[in-house]
Write a new protein. Structure first.
Lengths: 298, 769
């Protein structure tokens, strides 16, 4: 007998609306949704995943653009990195555009999507720290046309999960009309995975600075105290500038908050020394945070 | 590509005349360029045969473990599975190896590295084969891996042959002598993967006579055939290796470790069996560059002239010997570099560990020591307050000098000329006149680089590499040239790996016979052996054999005419298919002279013999040497430690330029590979387990990482013992460029930089770093 058939995907559905996609997933719980496939197909090729069915999201045109709602942009989960990197998008949400341009080689950026980046939730997902700093909410579609919202941080931290047959439909991002910077350190000049990334977002209406550090922990980290402290130093009605010393102190603050010293052992005694690799990571985060804030305020 | 080729050719110091359209010196494009560009080139992974089965290999998840039991029953019973083979099913020798037979086809009692093969499965679908391989139940008793080569000496033997593969104690000169200035250094070189483009793949087809044919992208078909035949228990004549399109190779491919299981499965099932390895399997299974630890002490006088070099070199061979002995010989012999060193004491060892296997990757041995001795030259220059280029210039080797192995350098060694050329070449301009936003800073176009934190550095390196096999290896090659109907065919088992041999063979025949249309036959082991595609040997020996065969055909063609007209064949010449005599009296066409005959000739080329290094590392071990000088210009973000190579200026000793465009691409490719060695390429392990064996975790240079490569000078001093006087060109830039990048990073940051690839933290230069 031959075994040619059983391992290949039995069914491929190509719904044309979000609700059809949810319905397809409800009908076949073993099916896996696929958008750009840049993460999914790598897992399939490695033999880690053998989906019994696929629900292709590429034909859902409502997910491939964005619209506006109460001072927010509702970004379709099917937006590709390439689309978000374009100047019109960069004028709306500069940091997300910058992270999209850094998200890999052109082949990946042309296929990979915003929703896929969130669903994969890799520590090095470049859009994630930006969404965390923007305090984005996910609009999740469920069976029967149900919609619910989950803060991005809740999903990434595992506090709220997607239920079976639920799909990320849109990402609600506030339009802040102020400078935003995304900076990423990698191992090479060409596209590469982040060793650390920092997003700094100014929110003049709330007189706040929001910062998120990516790639150094399983999910983006927010140094909330550092944000509050630096927000209180900025003259929001004036020139908004800060001294080099203040910028450097912010960088150190962010780095120390995200990469704390190891705790001393419970029986007293010396805390273990920080390894050179960790020291370098801390210096990298401090430098990125200092530069990012400096560029946002310049 | 034609653009690059044009720039490359312009940069040469070539005579101003128009380059020829064919023959030697022409920029003939490769015959397969079009097929490769259009995607119609048949790679090994595209092979197909009616009714083929798919193979999968079960690999060890542990770097070191005792195998308690292997139970294949569950796998064998799976629907679709046709055969499962383990060490019990190996019909002939249970082990193989290129120079030392020490590697089991399938691990039987002990696994010695992560990814070592334990069993193989043939099934009617690749997924079935993989699932079946995963269903083989292996009980392991996990052992402590030996992963530190320094601890291998005292560790329990990992292999019946012991942990020391080779030790060379080179002694040359007076051990007591000391210099006025002494510098010491410890250097570490990481594990580079050859990362060959294209999946490793093969197809084994059983023959009706009980033999087997293996179709694969081999770089050394005859050796692969002999290794496989011994393991199949067959005469070599009953095994045929057919070389299918090689996508490119900088080391050995394909790993015999999967050719042999493939053949065993084909013999067992009586069906064609195909295997296409995943990238992960390739990373685990094939040979890497030897990770190396080097300790150096250089003695010099107050003027910076070298007095003595002491060094200890430790190569991590992984679990099996492979090419470690040859790599160690090169490392020890070239430990002082292309410098005059009157006294040298070099201890070299290659030892077994449970790390991934090491073997032939171009420039092996020579590359690692170059990074170390050039680090020492920088240290010496800093200590003496002499300009690094000037210090090197005071010590350069020349023809007639003696290597620490006692071998006199008889070939051209224009080291001073090469160094002078890169030193005097104008430095690249700072991007002052372009807008800041357009600068390509370290970290890339969307990176975090800031102009204020970027420092520029300039560094130099001189490298040397041997050509052809060393220490008495028989470097013979055989080629046949056939002419019929105005078309010439070259039959030679030299594999085109991207080094350009088939283009060169066409040019040689064009040059010798004046026939423009030349075909190069595909390679299989029914042809006489031509040896491995390594150390530039095909340019030399196979090129030489093709030339001799072509000359014999020429004589056969011209002899009757010459006889008829009472003149010697030397007075006749063939151009554009016409035969003319020196005085123009005789004129006829090749077709007419051939008169419908077929002319065949077969010839061999065998360079002069070499001898093994003796117990004190002395001996004339190398046929030829090639030299290279590189000046690197780098930008370093000294806060983040990110590095961008801005420009590499190269001057190389090439003997003679046979194909300017091809030569330029070889040098550019070598430099780019060297940048990977210097900055990103390191296959990391954690206690012997390979971490992230994929091309995301293992960062190769991209087009943005490749700098401007300026071929400043090609010194064409013909090597009289080499055919055409040409020296192979691919390995020298691979050897030299990593050291040049390290030197430039030292200049930019003031940091010592003693480890390759250079980690960002080693390039940070801020207070309290």
């Amino acid at each position: 007998m031959t075994t040619h058939a059983p391992q290949t995907a039995q069914s491929v559905t190509l719904p044309s609306s979000l609700d059809e996609a949810v319905a397809a997933l409800t009908d076949m719980p073993a099916a896996v949704p696929v958008a750009g496939g840049t993460d999914l197909m790598a897992a399939v090729n490695k033999g880690q995943l053998r989906p019994a069915g696929l629900v292709g999201l590429g034909r859902i045109s409502e997910l491939r653009g964005w619209h506006y709602q109460d001072g927010h942009a509702l970004l379709g989960a099917g937006l590709t990195h390439a689309r978000m990197g374009r100047p019109d998008f960069a004028a709306l949400i500069p940091a997300l555009a910058a992270s999209s341009r850094a998200a890999g080689p052109p082949q990946i950026r042309n296929a990979g999507t915003l929703g896929g980046n969130i669903a994969t939730a890799a520590p090095t997902g470049d859009s994630l720290p930006v969404l965390a700093a923007l305090e984005a909410d996910l609009v999740v579609a469920g069976p029967g046309g149900a919609r619910r919202e989950i803060p991005i941080s809740h999903l990434l931290a595992g506090r709220e999960m997607l239920a079976p047959a639920e799909l990320i439909g849109f990402v609600r991002v506030p339009l802040l009309h102020a400078p935003q910077v995304f900076l990423k350190a990698t191992g090479r000049t060409g596209p590469g995975r982040a060793t650390a990334s920092v997003t700094v977002v100014l929110d003049p209406a709330r007189r706040g600075v929001r910062c998120a550090v990516g790639a150094i922990a399983p999910m983006p980290l927010r140094p909330l105290e550092a944000e509050r402290w630096i927000g209180s130093l900025i003259d929001w009605d004036g020139a908004r500038g800060l001294t080099q010393e203040a910028l450097a102190a912010f960088g150190e603050y962010v780095a120390a908050a995200c990469i704390p010293d190891p705790a001393p052992p419970a029986d007293g005694g010396e805390a273990p020394p920080v390894s050179p690799a960790v020291q370098h990571l801390r210096r990298t985060v401090a430098t990125l945070a200092r530069r990012a804030l400096g560029r946002a305020l310049s | 590509m034609s653009n690059d080729a044009a720039t490359g050719a312009q940069a040469l110091d070539a005579p101003q005349q128009e380059p020829p359209a064919h023959g030697l010196g022409a920029s003939l494009p490769p015959a397969d360029a079009r097929a490769k560009t259009e995607g119609t080139f048949p790679y090994a992974a595209d092979l197909w045969a009616e009714g083929l089965l798919w193979a999968a290999i079960l690999r060890s998840p542990h770097p070191h473990a005792r195998i308690v039991s292997v139970d294949t029953a569950a796998a064998a019973e799976m629907p679709g599975v046709r055969a499962v083979v383990t060490h019990e099913d190996v019909l002939g020798d249970s082990a193989y190896g290129r120079s030392v037979v020490d590697r089991p086809v399938f691990a039987s009692d002990v696994v010695r590295h992560h990814g070592e093969a334990i069993a193989a499965v043939a099934a009617d679908h690749p997924d079935t084969a993989r699932l079946a391989a995963a269903a083989i139940a292996v009980e392991y008793e996990v052992l402590d891996p030996v992963t530190d080569p320094e601890k291998a000496f005292a560790a329990e033997p990992l292999h019946p042959d012991g942990n020391l593969i080779r030790h060379i104690p080179l002694r040359y000169g007076d051990p007591e002598i000391t210099g006025e200035v002494v510098v010491e250094g410890l250097y570490r070189i990481g594990r580079q993967d050859p990362a060959p483009i294209g999946a490793e793949a093969g197809l084994a087809v059983p023959r009706p006579d009980g033999g087997v044919e293996i179709y694969t992208a081999s770089t050394d078909p005859h050796t692969d055939r002999d290794l496989a035949a011994a393991c199949f228990g067959l005469d070599p004549e009953r095994v045929k290796v057919v070389v299918t399109g090689v996508p490119g190779a900088t080391g050995d491919r394909e790993d015999p470790g999967f050719q042999i299981p493939l053949g065993l499965l084909a013999l067992r099932t009586g069906c064609p069996v195909k295997l296409a390895a995943t990238r992960e399997e390739s990373f685990l299974g094939h040979a890497h560059r030897h990770p190396t630890l080097l300790r150096y002490r250089h003695h010099a006088d107050a003027e910076g002239r070298l007095v003595k070099v002491e060094a200890q070199i430790l190569l991590d061979a992984g679990a099996y010997a492979d090419a470690s002995s040859e790599s160690l010989a090169a490392a020890v012999a070239f430990a002082c570099g292309p410098y005059v060193v009157p006294h040298a004491f070099i201890e070299g060892w290659a030892v077994r560990t449970n790390n991934p296997p090491s073997g032939h990757v171009r420039g092996e041995g020579a590359m690692q020591v170059c990074a170390a001795y050039e680090g020492q030259m920088d240290k010496l220059a800093a200590k003496l307050g002499i300009d690094p280029a000037e210090l090197r210039m005071r010590n350069v080797l020349a023809t007639g000098d003696i290597l620490p192995t006692g071998q006199t350098v008889t070939c051209p060694a224009p080291v001073a000329e090469l160094l002078g050329a890169v030193r005097d070449f104008p430095l690249p301009a700072l991007p002052k006149d372009t807008p800041e936003a357009a600068w390509l800073l370290p970290g890339g176009p969307e990176g975090a680089g800031e102009p204020g934190a970027v420092r520029r550095g300039v560094g130099y390196a001189l490298g040397m590499v041997h050509m052809l096999g060393a220490e008495g290896a028989d470097e013979v090659s055989t080629a046949t040239v056939k002419v019929h109907d105005g078309v010439a065919t070259v039959i030679c088992a030299a594999v085109e790996t991207g080094q350009g041999f088939s283009t060169l063979a066409r040019q040689i025949v064009q040059e010798t016979l004046g026939i423009e249309e030349v075909h190069v036959a595909s390679v299989d082991t029914d042809q006489p052996p031509a040896g491995p595609a390594a150390h530039g040997r095909h340019t030399w020996v196979s090129g030489g054999a093709v030339e001799r065969a072509a000359k014999m055909v020429r004589t056969q063609l011209l002899q009757p005419l010459a006889h008829k007209f009472g003149m010697s064949t030397e007075l006749l010449q063939i151009t554009d298919g016409k035969i003319t005599s020196y005085d123009g009296v005789l004129s006829t066409t090749v077709t007419e002279a051939m008169d419908g005959k077929e002319l065949w000739a077969t010839a061999q080329c065998r360079p002069h013999p070499t001898e093994p290094l003796d117990e004190s590392g002395q001996g004339d071990a190398f046929v030829g040497l090639a030299f290279c000088a590189v000046r690197a210009v780098v930008d370093v973000d000294i806060e983040l430690g990110s590095i961008r190579v801005v420009e590499m200026a190269v001057a190389q000793d090439v003997g003679r330029v046979l194909n300017p465009a091809q030569l330029a691409t070889r040098i550019e490719a070598g430099i780019t590979q060297g940048i990977g060695t210097a900055l990103t390429e390191n296959l990391r392990t954690n206690r012997g387990l390979v971490r992230r064996p994929d091309l995301t975790g293992y960062a190769l240079p991209t087009s943005l990482d490749a700098p401007d490569i300026r071929i400043v000078k090609l010194v064409e001093e013909r090597d009289v013992v080499a055919p055409f006087g040409a020296k192979p060109a691919s390995a020298a830039p691979v050897v030299t460029s990593p050291a040049a990048v390290a030197s430039a990073v030292r200049a930019a940051t003031g940091r010592p930089v003693s480890r390759l690839p250079i980690r960002p933290q080693a390039a940070v230069a801020v207070p309290n770093a």
